[in-house]
Design a protein around this ligand. Structure first.
Ligand code: NAP
Length: 290
């Protein structure tokens, strides 16, 4: 079966990490369908050539409609910052999608997870819900591929406010920063071989930098200064100002203080070609686009 005979549903395809996957699948010749809460926004963001089904992931009827006749479903949702919302998006939505996919005989479900997701590392609302989501998918009976990705280069600009870039916590672990473009290519390629079925794939970029080192590289390109702040201070500021995002960020970054990468990317690199884009190349490209 050629790619053009296959339809892949992307859930979360308007997101920072879902959009490149939808675009890559389309570039590789798949028919791409999106489940979108706001079809006009999705159409504007992605342009022509995508089928769009209106719906929320919490709506079972919309999910079924979107899954009708598809060969695969890619999940790229984001929960938080409250515990209830992590549970809704990272666990329950994945469970419901996997259940529907199984009932509808979908060929496979792929999902973006993260490297610090495991029983041992399930020590925050987000990592617990992501772990439960992975377990629900693994036990659903639908063929799956889980992408346990490292930190994305695309996350770096999110730490910039004005002329300053927040380095939150004591981030000592070397991380293999990956470009969304490389990851998207790997997700699309995973649909072109059965060797990726029922596997957890660690997706790591070509070079390792601690968060501080990566931020310094990005900050130099972006013309901003890196400003360190402890997770405790951010949590206090979040509590004093009732800022749920800051409180959530303090919890998230404490998690990454504790856990470095310990999976091996060898399987993903062998099956899907190793990521190539370096952080400096990405920054250079990103600077041209700014
Ligand atoms: N940042 C990193 O380095 C990194 C590393 C590994 C994994 N991840 C994970 O990657 C995932 C995706 O992150 P992201 O930054 O791409 O998130 P994002 O930009 O916020 O995108 C989330 C997507 O989910 C859709 N969505 C949200 N609620 C929905 C609902 N109820 N029904 C249907 N669609 C809904 C959004 O659609 P709308 O357009 O309707 O809002 C959007 O398309 C997250 O789980 C994150 O933890 C991130």
């Amino acid at each position: 079966m050629t790619n053009s005979n296959k339809t892949i549903l992307v859930i979360g395809g308007t997101g920072m990490l879902g959009k490149p996957v939808a675009q890559q699948l389309k570039a590789d010749g798949f028919n791409v369908r999106m489940l979108a809460r706001n079809p006009e926004k999705a159409q504007k963001l992605l342009g022509a050539g995508y089928e769009i089904v209106k719906g929320d992931v919490g709506n079972a009827a919309a999910l079924k409609e979107a899954m009708t006749g598809v060969d695969g479903v890619h999940i790229s949702l984001k929960g938080g910052p409250t515990e209830a919302d992590f549970e809704r998006m990272d666990h329950l939505a994945t469970r419901d999608i996997a259940k529907s996919a199984k009932e509808m005989n979908v060929g496979r479900v792929t999902i973006l997870s993260a490297y610090a997701v495991s029983a041992e590392k399930a020590d925050t609302p987000e990592s617990r819900s992501k772990f439960k989501g992975e377990q629900a998918l693994q036990s659903s009976g639908v063929p799956y591929t889980i992408f346990r990705a490292s930190w994305f280069m695309e996350a770096l600009p999110l730490f910039v406010q004005g002329k300053s870039m927040s380095l939150i916590g004591n981030q000592v672990h070397p991380l293999h920063w990956i470009a969304a473009e490389d990851y998207a290519r790997m997700v699309s390629k995973s649909y072109q071989t059965d060797e990726t079925l029922n596997k957890e794939l660690y997706v790591f970029g070509p070079e390792a930098y601690t968060m501080g080192e990566a931020m310094k590289i990005y900050a130099d390109y972006a013309g901003v200064k890196v400003a360190p702040i402890s997770t405790r201070m951010l949590a206090v500021l979040g509590a004093l100002t009732f800022n749920a995002e800051w409180k959530g960020m303090a919890v998230l970054m404490k998690h990454y203080e504790n856990w470095g990468e310990d999976g091996s990317p060898d399987k993903a690199n062998r099956l899907l070609d190793a990521p190539r884009i370096t952080l400096k190349e990405w920054c250079e490209e990103n600077r041209k686009l700014r």
